[in-house]
Design a protein around this ligand. Structure first.
Ligand code: MN
Length: 210
């Protein structure tokens, strides 16, 4: 495929974490413009914001999660590209593995690029991201309307972005879906309910002594 998922694969032991290997050719429903937000109750709780670009999920870790209020500027820290199949992943990653903690699909849908060539911007999301300013509309169950990702340089080594709701008819400063809509759009689970189930199942695999 030529997609470079080596950073993804090197960071984790996929047999231990149960996460997808990224060799199955993508999520079945993908049409090239998938977005997904996964809530991840790792040691530092965050929301992973992912956009399909050229066959992989470009990814940012958003510590406070996405907002529907245009006055909020949410820090978004780039992380390694993930395989498309990751958009289907929910589960409990063992605590001692990279990214340990519960993961749910908090929102998912299609995105639509905004501001193409006629507005003097690159006509692809990859091109806009390269320039450090991307605008797109989300068509999710919780997140809708225009969003912008803006790159800024925190220092010479660390790239940082801001995820900001654009001021359109879907903007709503009173909504706070990160707090009030915690359920997975796939399963209805929350990170807390997954954690409780994991405890109920014994919290992990038994030692079979083999
Ligand atoms: Mn994560």
């Amino acid at each position: 495929m030529g997609d470079d998922l080596s950073a993804y694969r090197e960071a984790r032991d996929l047999e231990e974490t149960g996460e997808p290997e990224g060799d199955e050719g993508g999520a079945s429903s993908s049409d090239g413009s998938l977005f997904v937000v996964q809530e991840h109750a790792a040691s530092t709780h965050h929301w992973d914001f992912r956009l399909e670009v050229d066959g992989v999920l470009r990814s940012w870790s958003v510590p406070k999660g996405p907002s529907t209020d245009p006055s909020d500027r949410r820090l978004a820290i780039p992380t390694e590209d993930h395989p498309l199949e990751y958009a289907d992943f929910e589960g409990v990653i063992p605590e001692d593995e990279y990214g340990g903690g519960e993961v749910i699909v908090w929102d998912r849908g299609r995105y639509e690029l905004l501001g193409g060539e006629e507005e003097g911007k690159p006509a692809t999301l990859a091109g806009q991201l390269e320039e450090g300013h991307a605008t797109f509309a989300l068509h999710g169950e919780k997140l809708r309307g225009g969003y912008a990702l803006q790159r800024f340089d925190a220092d010479e080594d660390e790239e940082r972005w801001l995820l900001v709701k654009m001021d359109d008819e879907e903007a709503d400063a009173r909504r706070d879906p990160v707090s009030t809509e915690p359920e997975s759009v796939l399963s209805g689970e929350t990170v807390d309910s997954l954690a409780e189930k994991a405890v109920g199942e014994g919290g992990g695999e038994a030692d079979d002594g083999a």
